[in-house]
Design a protein around this ligand. Sequence first.
Ligand code: ADP
Ligand code: MG
Length: 151
Amino acid sequence: MNEWSLITESPEATMELAEKLGEIVKPGDVITLEGDLGAGKTSFTKGLAKGLGVKRVVKSPTFTIIKEYNGRIPLYHMDVYRMEDDTEDLGLEEYFYGEGVSVIEWPSMILAQLPEDRMIISLLHMGETSRKITIYSTGARSSELVKELSL
Ligand code: ADP
Ligand code: MG
């Protein structure tokens, strides 16, 4: 497992990192975002969307679990915070193995359904405008992505 950490000192710095990731992701890539409320998961997703060339404003999917955005490749943004249990059959596999990149906030409810090879991004609140971002890979493809992102 590859691991890479850095500290960002502003929301813009977090979004820039995410934008770089958005420029290099490929169809079928799965990224999970972990961290408390206000850690920056949605901000990260906004930056990633920008890197994909998404023109629409990305907002957290409040009334739906999944929102799809059109970019260079589709972005499937999921926020499973509201999900009650992991037995709900949402057909998530269609997204994970689909034509786009999946970004999942609060993945803990659906861990069993996630592909084994994925990029895990943890955001930790350090101060008002500083966040420690740790990026892990769990397989060959995600290792490649972490390497490319950290260059
Ligand atoms: P989450 O989706 O994890 O609940 P959000 O992205 O909605 O978090 O909110 C994060 C908040 O923290 C935003 O208001 C953002 O401007 C602020 N913030 C301050 N510093 C940072 C930073 N270094 N990285 C990301 N967000 C930051
Ligand atoms: Mg959020």
